[in-house]
Design a binder for this molecule. Structure first.
Ligand code: SF4
Ligand code: SF4
Length: 454
């Protein structure tokens, strides 16, 4: 055996061992037991062929060593090299506005027998039967649901009640004394400050008609046309805890949703109030009081793409975020959308959320043309009906998504590969299934959430 080949074989076996053992340790830290045990097993097994070829003499030892090295580094190059059709990203262009009254939360607010109830189902009789179905269930955060946990539900309820208490703060008087600002500077300031306040990311876009609901559907805004003449929209994302979501669809998910709706809402309220203080109009859009469709604004503001489950898929946390928005007239520098085809490319292959969805609300089909936009649309009725049975907002789709792994070196290497190479996308999907499971078993409720009730 030639010395160079011997050294290459030995070095490769050590590199494989170290990389896989490191991935195993990271998985242990992430409490991913299945992934950890598989990484450690592979760390022990995969170096064996390299060691055998290095140390055991047999006929054609040298060619065998060279073939092993060529196969190993060849596969690595194929996976790492940028590949795949650079399809032109078709920018979603639509003028269709969503009527907020058709969203499930608006329909859930309708009280049988009231004028609003009768008027809605007169206009949309096709929704009556399916809505009666979710109304027959116990309901979100209610006793009698399958995931009922009085302490956890009370915590979630408190977060939503706090958001409700802030409802009237979304708008307010504008300071008559205007502060002249420099477009780029104030834009960057808002981004930096929002991150200091807890946002993961912040982006700015021009407010378009399709961002805005046509007619309001919640509380006092019901049946009133939405009028928002602001020129800009600022979107903020905050992280949802991986630990709380891993137990999906258990009660920790709705606790985390409430908490992060509140956290993102408070950031929006502060930034909107700050802009009004500078002498410009600004309105915060927070849970239960949106005039805009947050994922569409966030996508156009460059914070992510819309994936198979219809949620914003961010580059570092996938769908594991909550969003709030501020619309305003203060002059701002706009961001470009990511136009990252790799997300929809990966979603086209993956379908893991569709497999894991307990209500079969997520489509397995390719993107459809909906109101002039190629996208996926979930069955919101099926999803919401399940929520009313569980008592939580489920979140299984978010918890199993391969993009939702923690933002760390291990998963960012995978995310970079997915972004750059179609070959890597295919491999990553199989590897994610292998290490984490096609339908990962939900983790137990975090210990501190699982309080005893007498
Ligand atoms: S689970 Fe897969 S298909 Fe579903 S959103 Fe995530 S990446 Fe896309
Ligand atoms: S939240 Fe649950 S029911 Fe709704 S789409 Fe996701 S997995 Fe399906």
């Amino acid at each position: 055996m030639h010395n160079t080949v011997f050294i290459f074989l030995l070095t490769t076996s050590v590199l494989i061992f170290i990389s896989l053992a490191w991935a195993g340790i990271v998985s242990l830290q992430e409490k991913e037991k299945r992934a950890a045990s598989r990484f450690f097993t592979l760390a022990l097994l995969l170096p064996i062929p390299f060691l055998l070829v290095s140390f055991f003499e047999f006929p054609y030892q040298m060619p065998a060593g060279i073939i092993l090295l060529v196969l190993t580094y060849g596969s690595a190059i194929v996976l790492a090299a940028p590949s795949g059709k650079k399809r032109l990203f078709t920018k979603p262009v639509t003028s269709t506005q969503i009527d907020e009254r058709d969203t499930m939360f608006s329909r859930n607010e309708l009280i049988p027998g009231t004028d609003a109830f009768k008027a809605y189902y007169k206009r949309k009789p096709e929704h009556k039967k399916v809505d009666d179905n979710f109304r027959a269930k116990a309901g979100l955060l209610q006793p009698g649901t399958s995931q009922y946990n009085p302490v956890a539900f009370a915590s979630a309820d408190t977060s939503f009640a706090t958001i409700e208490a802030l409802r009237d703060r979304v708008n307010g008087p504008v300071n008559k004394q205007k502060t002249e600002t420099v477009l780029e500077d104030i834009s960057q300031y808002i981004k930096n400050w929002s991150k200091k306040l807890g946002a993961i990311n912040c982006g700015i876009t021009e407010l378009k008609s399709y961002h805005i609901y046509s007619v309001g559907g919640r509380k006092e805004r019901r049946d009133k046309p939405v009028v928002n003449k602001h020129k800009y929209a600022i979107a903020f994302t905050v992280e949802m805890s991986k630990e709380m979501l891993s137990a999906a669809p258990a009660a920790s998910v709705v606790m985390e949703s409430g908490q992060q709706y509140l956290a993102s809402g408070v950031i929006a309220l502060q930034v909107a109030a700050f802009i009004r203080n500078l002498g410009y109009e600004a309105r915060a859009h927070i849970d239960g009081n949106y005039e805009v469709v947050c994922p569409l604004v966030a996508r156009d503001a460059g914070l992510g793409e819309i994936g198979r489950m219809g949620l914003l898929m961010t580059p570092k946390l996938g769908p594991r975020v909550r969003i709030s928005v501020v619309t305003t007239n203060i002059p701002l520098a706009m961001d470009e959308p990511l136009n990252d085809y790799s997300v929809t490319g990966f979603c086209t292959l993956c379908k893991k959320c569709a497999d894991a969805c307990p209500s079969q609300a997520i489509s397995f089909a390719p993107q459809e043309d909906i109101n002039g936009v190629k996208r996926w649309q979930i069955n919101q009725e099926a999803c919401f009906t399940l929520w009313c049975t569980l008592g939580t907002d489920c979140g299984r789709c978010i918890s199993v998504c391969p993009y939702a792994h923690p933002d760390n070196l291990l998963h960012n290497i995978v995310r970079t590969g997915i972004k750059n190479s179609s070959a890597f996308r295919k491999a990553a999907l199989h590897l994610d299934d292998y290490f984490y499971g096609r339908k990962p078993v939900p983790a137990p409720l975090p210990e501190w959430v699982n309080t005893k009730q007498s």
